[in-house]
Write a new protein. Sequence first.
Length: 265
Amino acid sequence: MSQHINIFFVGDIVGKPGLTLTSTVLKQYFEKFEIDLCIANGENVTEGKGVSEEDAKVLFDLGVQVITTGNHLWDRWQSRPLLTKERRILRPLNYPRDNPGQGLIAVDLKEKGIVGVVNLQGRTFMTPIDDPFRSADWALSKLEQSTKVIVLDMHAEASAEKLALAWHLDGRVSAVLGTHTHVPTADARILPGGTAFITDVGMTGPYDSVIGMRKEIAIKRFMTGTPHKFEMASHDVRLCALYLQVDRQSGKATSIQQVIFPAFG
């Protein structure tokens, strides 16, 4: 049996365009990387805001085992009862406890062992919720009893906050993967303690847009300084993801590879 666990993380899936491309190409990456665990950020998967039960089912049927989210999850009211009944959909752990859902899960991969997945949200330039650093420490105190392989989705605006959390957790988790900004960064690496890190995995969705929104609408919002109705873009759709290989005994990342399809250029 392989000493490693192969993990594939799909960056923020935006609307029907992102979901359709994921449905089309995900299988080839399962085969290419012999994936043991697939995680996808789905906070924007349903019309750009939140996640519906129908779209969650599509992802689960594709082989996604855990759906992480972020602040836009709450924009769709129907997401709330879904969090209560579907443990595989996470919301950021550091939202106040009165909110439905959970922010961590232990996934049993049978002979490969258990993998912990944690979902957190940053506070810089975002809603001032509970401290993600102390929430991460609490999550580790629960998961470390059953596994050393832990993957963390840090859904945050500020690159400094994401990197600070990665350094805070270096050697204690397998990966800290940034989401939310919808822009893939070029800093994928393994920190000295064995924690894989990237500031932002990027968006799986339409890039002929402003982070998923029709360009014309986004420009109006900036030029007028007033809200305009969100309208989903649909062209130049790309998948942004990350492949991780983790030693299942030590929990340390041994390989990190950025995946962008089709590649920019």
